[in-house]
Each structure stands twice: as C-alpha cells, then as structure tokens.
Design a protein around this ligand. Structure first.
Ligand code: HEC
Ligand code: HEC
Length: 343
C-alpha cells in the first residue's frame, strides 16, 4: 500500500512534465457545446434563434396545499416556500449551516443553497460542491475572484453570478463555506440512461432542461442531456432528489478507457491524480459521481483557456487532445459511478 501511495504521489508531481503531449494537431473544439451550458443554440448564432426560457417562478402555481417531502419534518405551501427563500427540508442531513451559507449576505451574496442545495448536491446548471477538499474549494474561489475561472460561453449567466459572490465574500466567509460543504460526504444522486433518444425539452431560466409534457422524444445524437428527476424536485429544491441523465449508447464503456487508462494516448488516466477511486487525492477534487454537464463544461473551459490557474494548468495535457465526444464518454462514465447510499 505504501508503495502504491508513493507511486501515485510521484505520478502526481511529475505528471505535467513527464506526460506532456505534443500540441494538438487537427481537430479542435472551438465552439462550446450549447447543451452543456444550458443553452439551445451555439455561441455566435443570432440572438433571435434562442427560445425565451421560462422564468422559474412561473413553473408552478400555489393551490393552497401544504407540501412536504418523504421523511421531512417540514411542511409548507408554495407561497411560504418562496417567501422563506432557503428550504431546509432535512436539517439532520447536514452540519449546522454557517450564516454566509444559510443567508448569504445582502445585497451581494445569495445564499448558496439557492443553487447548490443545503447538502451541496447542486443542479446540472451549477455544480456539486459537497465533499470538495478544503484547499481546492478556497483556491477555486480565489480563481473566480481573480478572473482565472470563467465560462467559455458568456451567455451562461449564473457563472458571472458565482464570480460576483466570490468577489464579494470575505476570506473568512469562503473558509467557513469550504469547511461546511467539505464536511458533507458525497452521495451521487444521478440516474444514467444510455439511449438513442431523449424526451423533448424546454429550457427554464436557471439554464436547466425540463421535459415537455406529452412523452415526445427526439434523437439524442452526440450530446448528453440532464434534467431534474421531476420538475417538483427542482421547484421545491429537494436535496435528496436525483438528476436524470441521457447519454449515447455505449458511452459509459468508452469513457472507462479514457478515465482508467489513457485511451491509447489520447489523455492521461484520471486515476493518477484524482485517486484510484476517483474521489480525490489530497487537494485534488473528486470527479466520480459528479454531474456530467458540469464535467464537460470544465473540460471544455480548461481546454479553451476559460479556466486557468496554477492547479488547472495540471489539466492542460489531459484535455489537450480530447474531442467533445471524448468529453461526453468521460462524463458518462464518471457519473455512472455510484457513490454513497442515497436515502
Ligand atoms: C445563482 C446560483 C449560485 C449561487 C447562489 C451560488 N453558486 Fe456557486 N456556482 C454556481 C455556478 C453556476 C457554478 C459553476 C460554474 C460552472 O459551471 O463553471 C458554481 C460553482 C461553485 C464552486 C466550484 C465547484 C467546483 O467543483 O469547482 C464553488 C466552490 C461554489 N460554487 C461555491 C459557492 C458558495 C460557497 C456559495 C454561497 C456563498 C455559492 N457557490 C452560491 C452558481 C451559484
Ligand atoms: C496530472 C494530474 C491530473 C490528471 C492526470 C487529471 N487531472 Fe483533473 N484535475 C487536476 C487538478 C490539479 C485539478 C484542479 C484544478 C483546479 O484547481 O482548478 C483537476 C480538476 C479537474 C476537474 C474539475 C473539477 C471541479 O470540481 O471543478 C475535472 C472535471 C477533471 N479534473 C477531470 C479530469 C479527467 C476526466 C481526467 C482524466 C481524463 C483528469 N481530470 C486527469 C489534475 C489532474
């Protein structure tokens, strides 16, 4: 075991130099894949082509009924939920929230669970932030602050919001949030379906796909599409709900070769740095059980210079040669790994 840890540590520190891959020849991915950024049309298409997303407060109407979730001590009407802002359905599932997490700080910082949920499980439109290593969390917030971490598609409006919060937060507030979310163990709440087709979807303002009523489908093609388990899971911010992910047939198996091996020199096996179980190694974050659209966005952002920085630079030789199809298979495999026991 000692030898194995040593070899991993050595691989980790030598990796960027010793695995250096020559600059990419041929195919490059210049246009961010719109489906991974919660958009319908590629960057550069005329704005009129973009369908107007449904505002989130128009997704449901209050019929006066009190709503609860299985096993939750809380019961609220939709109006009460909206007035309350942050919903803590399962207070026993997480440690006590520091004020900056639970309340944010008006007017500059919105409470984190509004997007990342109380347990950090996140939505396809943002990120899973539970169980992130403390040092990584603090560093990536610093990268948001200093402009080293942006989105390759500037139309993805919630990334600039995240940047705004990081800039407004004090160092202590960042540390408190890193401790809080870092203490929550990762549970993958993802249902993966390999399929040729996907339900027809519409976009909501949060950058999320919702299935259209009426079971109509369309070809999935070379994409992956993820959506909340039910519209209510998103509207009520249910931290125990799953994301449902449609990935191309055969992609999980293909992705395994790139993640566990190097896919015939196309990349560097992720296990060298992200740990043999892909759940992280030291300050390097885990990548198994993470939301797949998020993974594709990060790989694309790192490949195309939207996400840089000392530590992100270690990913340069990893992403250099990857095509969008490779990114899809990698993300499909990573999100198919089951982590922890969901209630
Ligand atoms: C309006 C929604 C929103 C809110 C509220 C929000 N975030 Fe985020 N956060 C995002 C988005 C979007 C991303 C991912 C951007 C991307 O896809 O690249 C993100 C990413 C992150 C990441 C990086 C995750 C990783 O694995 O690198 C951290 C850490 C984070 N947020 C912390 C926080 C904290 C702490 C708070 C509360 C103070 C907060 N966020 C509030 C939208 C939000
Ligand atoms: C040479 C070491 C190394 C290898 C090999 C490596 N990574 Fe990374 N990876 C890192 C480091 C370091 C970071 C943190 C970057 C940062 O701080 O911005 C990272 C970050 C990431 C992130 C962003 C995580 C987040 O929370 O935002 C993803 C996704 C990722 N890697 C995927 C992969 C995949 C997929 C592979 C294999 C194909 C891989 N990595 C191989 C070192 C590596």
């Amino acid at each position: 075991m000692r030898i194995r840890v040593w070899r991993l540590a050595l691989a980790l520190f030598l990796a960027p130099a010793s695995f250096a891959i020559p600059p990419q020849q041929g195919k490059t991915n210049r246009v961010p894949p719109p489906w991974a950024y919660g958009l319908k049309t590629p960057l550069g298409s005329p704005p009129s082509d973009e369908p107007i997303p449904t505002p989130t407060d128009k997704l449901a109407v209050d019929d006066g009924r009190a709503i609860s979730l299985p096993g939750s001590p809380v019961s609220l009407t939709l109006t009460q939920m909206r007035n309350q802002g942050i919903l803590d359905w399962y207070p026993d599932d997480h440690p006590k929230m520091p004020e900056i997490v639970a309340q944010g700080r008006k007017p500059d910082v919105l409470a984190c669970p509004a997007c990342h949920y109380t347990n950090g499980k996140g939505d396809p439109a943002n990120a899973t932030i539970e169980a992130l290593p403390y040092d990584y969390f603090v560093q990536t917030m610093e990268d948001f602050r200093t402009g080293l971490r942006k989105s390759a598609d500037p139309r993805k409006s919630n990334t600039p919001n995240m940047i705004k919060y990081a800039k407004a937060m004090t160092d202590d507030e960042i540390k408190e949030s890193a401790k809080y979310y870092g203490a929550i163990p990762l549970i993958s709440r993802i249902e993966v379906i390999e399929s040729k087709t996907v339900p027809k979807t519409r976009l909501v303002a949060a950058g999320l796909y919702f299935p259209l009523p009426g079971n109509e489908t369309e070809p999935l093609g070379n994409r992956l599409i993820e959506m909340p388990e039910t519209p209510e899971a998103f509207i009520y911010k249910n931290p125990r709900s799953n994301a449902v992910v449609y990935v191309p047939v055969g992609s999980i198996k293909k992705g395994e070769r790139l993640v566990m091996d190097d896919g015939d020199g196309r990349t560097i096996a992720c296990i060298y740095c992200h740990g043999p179980d892909l759940l992280g190694l030291g300050r390097i974050p885990g990548i198994a059980g993470r939301l797949p659209g998020y993974v594709v966005r990060q790989l694309f952002d790192m490949q195309n210079g939207a996400r840089t920085g000392t530590w992100a630079d270690m990913m340069k030789p990893v992403v250099e040669k990857l095509t969008i199809d490779d990114m899809i298979t990698i993300a499909a495999y990573l999100c198919s790994r089951k982590i922890g026991d969901a209630q």
